[in-house]
Write a protein that binds this ligand. Sequence first.
Ligand SMILES: Nc1ncnc2c1ncn2[C@@H]1O[C@H](COP(=O)(O)OP(=O)(O)O)[C@@H](O)[C@H]1O
Ligand SMILES: [Mg+2]
Length: 269
Amino acid sequence: MIPPAGAEGPPPAPLGEIAVDALEVRGLRKTYRPEDAEGAPVRALRGVDLTLAPGEFVAVMGPSGCGKSTLLNMVAGLDTPDEGEIAVSGESLSGMNEDDLARMRRKHVGIVFQFFNLLEGMSALENVTLPAVVAGTPRKQAETRARDLLDLLGLSDKAGKAPGVLSGGQRQRLAIARALANQPTLLLADEPTGALDSAGGAEVMELFRRLHADGQAILLVTHDETVAEAADRIARMRDGRVDDGAEPVAVAAGDATFGPLAGDGDPRP
Ligand SMILES: Nc1ncnc2c1ncn2[C@@H]1O[C@H](COP(=O)(O)OP(=O)(O)O)[C@@H](O)[C@H]1O
Ligand SMILES: [Mg+2]
């Protein structure tokens, strides 16, 4: 809900006068509680702070289970935190219902997953057209933008093809085109090269570099140091916490051996 004029609290930042951060995350916490009383709760996020300036490219790195996907899903409004604040492009997600979150996603966020999540029954062009149509763009206009995106991403000759006949690198480029359909403030990517061979990975990273050079803010999760090198900075994550990457972090030897539950005792059976 937008508070009525004259409501308590500070006035909203004057849009267009100062640059609004692409993302602001403060004190984010999330604990997953198992269905059965026997299982131990998993403290997936334990107070995460992270800021992305407009157009900034940040890579999140950390061992498996440290909370990277949980963080990304919350920023995308696909999951809700127990505590903390998220603002995407100055818009706070706190108190948003499912419809508000879906609207926020369509307006501000594009998401790329490890396994593409493309619709196989549709052509490449339709995959990229659909998100804009869902967001209310007239079909003709959505299709024009989709063609421009396919062109930009070097896939114009694949417009009529089903995603299944494309190479891994091409499929991920198509997924990126789809993520850009609504001109998002923030492009999120969870291990986007994780399912690709090195050539496909290089193809996709070259694309992220180009998008960033054109001013796209990107938050990318990866295991791969060479992938992370494309970013402006790296936020190291461990045990549900993230270092903003603003200052260099001393990484102790053996960090990679920390499991997801380190520091919580060992509640595994
Ligand atoms: N929906 C969920 N229900 C229960 N536990 C979850 C859920 N999502 C993630 N977790 C747990 O939270 C921790 C962090 O997971 P995740 O964010 O997927 O880590 P990463 O992406 O860094 O590998 C893990 O221990 C994982 O098992
Ligand atoms: Mg993950």
